[in-house]
Design a protein around this ligand. Structure first.
Ligand SMILES: *Cc1c(COP(=O)(O)O)cnc(C)c1O
Length: 435
């Protein structure tokens, strides 16, 4: 069975790229007045990220964090490539089940769950779930006694304050009690998880947390829990603009794993990457729908050439309540690209970019120096795949942009190779990937 089919995306023929698809859609739209903002998701980028993950963290099995971007073609692609899934709600579990994924590939990674959702998980074969407190254990013992529990520990970062630890994660000094409580309730604990949070800029936090997890494994053996899973969470950077790079994190993780969970220790190691996979895979094309020019008084020259002294406000047909929601809620690094390369001698003006709603908060960027643009012109934004459309609303009657999914033939071939590799029924030899 295939999870993803060709009808789920636009196939890019040899020599045609996702950027080419954007140009085509812009060209078609430019013949009309319907210049709606749209997104293009480049599935080749996601496949490349996956291959890179497998190569760079060879002992770690990824469970994609569905909350980051839950559009169906994307999620089906993950299913096809053989990842597991980190679900945090009933409807995320429903989505993954609906596309036909075996519930053994799901971890319900939310330490505080509604009772009806725990029952839903039990009735749908989802066994792995996280907890970080005693009352959660009691809820689980009453509603899902066969669950395989994963103890989520708090992460330590001496360098920065981590809000994630305020909301979730058992401090180390509470773990012994939790493991004992689980034993008394007859609840199985199979492993330890942590999540460094999205703002982590210190790879050593992963290393420290792996060391802490090792301590908890030792405690658990006192209570004869059969520990066999280490879950190192998410937070891996997804763009080259992020403050740390993926390889740095991977190096810290690999060396810490070799020390505390060496090869042959019989512990499965999983991670829950979200942004790593999708942040850079999506590009937004957005249209200028309005413009206001302000004449400025004192000529403070800011490299603005000899042009008249003015600043420009541009109003776009997508904003903070749409794709740019990650500017409010996440550590987004949207990267602006002018659709038409400006000639270098054109003067630059102080500019700001605003979303389409009537809210003054709906400001995308300010203090930009841009050549003068016109109503109807397009702007492109890279790095808009993670925590963007999933957080958007229909505030003021503006709907999130339409998404086009693009897959190159080469990437599509690799998806099939990946599937053969993980699917035992396919009986595959080792394949070479060439993306
Ligand atoms: C959100 C979340 C993730 C994914 O985080 P990214 O920063 O997108 O990688 C993974 N695990 C847990 C528990 C989360 O809450």
């Amino acid at each position: 069975m295939d999870y993803i089919q060709e009808s789920d995306f636009t196939v890019l023929e040899e020599g045609f790229t996702a950027r080419g698809l954007i140009e085509k859609i812009i060209n078609d739209a430019s013949q009309t007045e319907e210049r709606d903002a749209f997104l293009v998701g480049d599935m080749e980028e996601v496949v490349k990220k996956h291959l890179h993950f497998l190569k760079t963290l060879p002992r770690v099995k990824p469970f994609y964090a569905v909350k980051c971007n839950n559009f169906r073609p994307l999620v089906k692609l993950f299913a096809e490539m053989g990842t597991g899934f980190d679900c945090a709600s009933k409807s995320e579990i429903e989505l993954i089940k609906e596309i036909g994924v075996n519930p053994e590939r799901i971890i319900y990674a939310n330490p505080c769950k509604q009772i009806s959702s725990i029952k839903f998980a039990a009735n749908n074969g989802v066994q792995m779930m996280t907890f970080d407190n005693e009352l959660e254990l009691i809820k689980v013992s009453e509603n899902h006694p066969k669950a395989k529990m994963v103890l989520r520990i708090a992460t330590e970062d001496s360098k920065s304050f981590n809000c994630m630890n305020v909301k979730f994660g058992a401090p180390l000094n509470t773990c012994r009690h939790l493991l004992e409580t689980a034993k008394n309730l007859n609840i199985e604990v199979i492993g330890v998880s942590f999540h460094v949070g999205s703002g982590c800029i210190n790879p050593q936090v992963y290393a420290q947390s792996i060391e802490d997890a090792h301590l908890v494994f030792d405690m658990a053996s006192e209570f004869r829990h059969k520990m066999r899973l280490l879950d190192i969470g998410g937070g891996f950077p997804g763009t080259v603009e992020a403050k740390i790079c993926f390889e740095e994190v991977a190096a810290a993780v690999n060396s810490s794993l070799d020390t505390y969970f060496p090869e042959g220790c019989d512990v499965d190691i999983i991670a829950e990457p979200g942004r790593y996979y999708v942040a850079s895979a999506f590009t937004l094309a957005v249209n200028i729908i309005g413009k206001r020019v302000l004449q400025q008084d004192p000529p403070e020259s800011h490299g603005a050439g000899n042009g008249p002294c003015k600043s420009v406000l541009y109003y776009l047909n997508d904003g903070i309540y749409g794709t740019f929601s990650h500017l409010l809620f996440d550590f987004g690094h949207p990267k602006l690209i002018l659709h038409k390369e400006p000639s270098p001698e054109k003067p630059l003006y102080m500019s700001s970019l605003w979303g389409p709603t009537c809210d003054a908060m709906d400001r995308i960027a300010e203090l930009l120096y841009l050549p003068e643009l016109c109503i109807g012109d397009w702007l492109l934004y890279n790095n808009v795949g993670a925590y963007t459309i999933v957080m958007s609303s229909t505030f003021n009657g503006f709907h999130p942009p339409h998404i086009h999914f693009a897959m190159s033939l080469k990437a599509w071939e690799n998806v099939h190779l990946l599937k053969r590799r993980y699917d035992p029924a396919e009986n595959a030899e080792k394949n070479d990937f060439t993306l």
